[in-house]
Design a protein around this ligand. Structure first.
Ligand code: GTP
Length: 235
């Protein structure tokens, strides 16, 4: 396998499947099956999932709510998704531990870096919930931070598109996909891979990001087997 320890970032929205809100069970089990596939090959897997299918802090602000208040609500939304994913994984026989950046000890362990690493070493999938525990940070930033903290080899950012394009492929028919792009070129071309905080964290800590389509079954496994899937961003 190409990588030993990965951090998988899933978007909350993609959990909606064809629904307009909440969690689509079919999509959830599709993800669980894909994760199980790589888990069984012995790779150490940590996961960060967003919460946008349930609540978005930014939108709350538009509605007049204080941004920090909305962000905390968003963090709770990620916990709901994390718990759903944890249950889905365990139902297919994947051992998991859920750690939360905001203490809620009745439902999750608190985030303890050394303990998370130990869980990974023991073959448990570790889900990190509640983002970074701070407002003004996205779950992409949480994914970057946790990936660096646990020494992951790569961040796999699962999306609905199959990589990074020269332009928006839905608007520009001549747009082509990059197989690889450097952090500097992605930045220079104004391509949005992650928000700037997350992007800079990865660049400065030399942590590659692979953007790929998580909704195509088998993609996750193909990446780990070294196939060219999606776009890799690296120094
Ligand atoms: P090892 O010590 O490596 O065997 O790890 P472990 O996670 O199996 O041990 P532990 O006895 O700490 O945890 C047993 C179970 O309790 C696991 O499912 C943990 O996720 C869970 N657990 C541990 N600490 C907490 C906590 O503070 N809150 C909640 N809700 N669950 C916890």
């Amino acid at each position: 396998m190409k990588y030993k320890r990965i951090l998988l970032k899933l978007s909350g929205e993609s959990l909606m499947g064809d629904k307009s809100f909440g969690i689509d069970n079919q999509r959830l089990s599709l993800y669980a099956d894909q994760i199980k596939e790589i888990y069984e090959s012995g790779i150490e897997v940590a996961i960060v999932i967003g919460g946008g299918n349930i609540f978005r802090g930014v939108q709350a602000e538009e509605g007049g709510m204080d941004r920090t208040h909305g962000d905390y609500m968003g963090m709770l939304a990620t916990m709901i998704n994390s718990m759903a994913l944890q249950a889905a994984l365990e139902s297919v026989g994947v051992r998991t531990r859920l750690q939360s950046a905001i203490e809620m000890k009745e439902i999750a362990e608190p985030f303890v870096r050394r303990r998370a690493v130990r869980h990974l070493e023991k073959g448990r999938v570790v889900i990190f919930g509640a983002g970074t525990g701070n407002p003004f940070f996205t779950t992409d930033s949480a994914a970057s931070l946790r990936a660096i903290e646990i020494n992951a080899d790569v961040i796999l950012k699962g999306t609905r598109v199959d990589g990074i394009y020269t332009a928006d492929p839905e608007k520009d028919a001549s747009a082509t996909k990059y197989d690889m792009i450097s952090f500097d070129d992605a930045y220079g071309s104004g391509l949005k891979v992650m928000d700037m905080t997350a992007f800079t964290l990865c660049k400065e800590n030399d942590l590659p990001i692979i953007v790929f389509d998580m909704d195509t079954p088998g993609n996750l496994k193909r990446i780990l087997e070294g196939e060219q899937v999606g776009t890799i961003v690296r120094n």
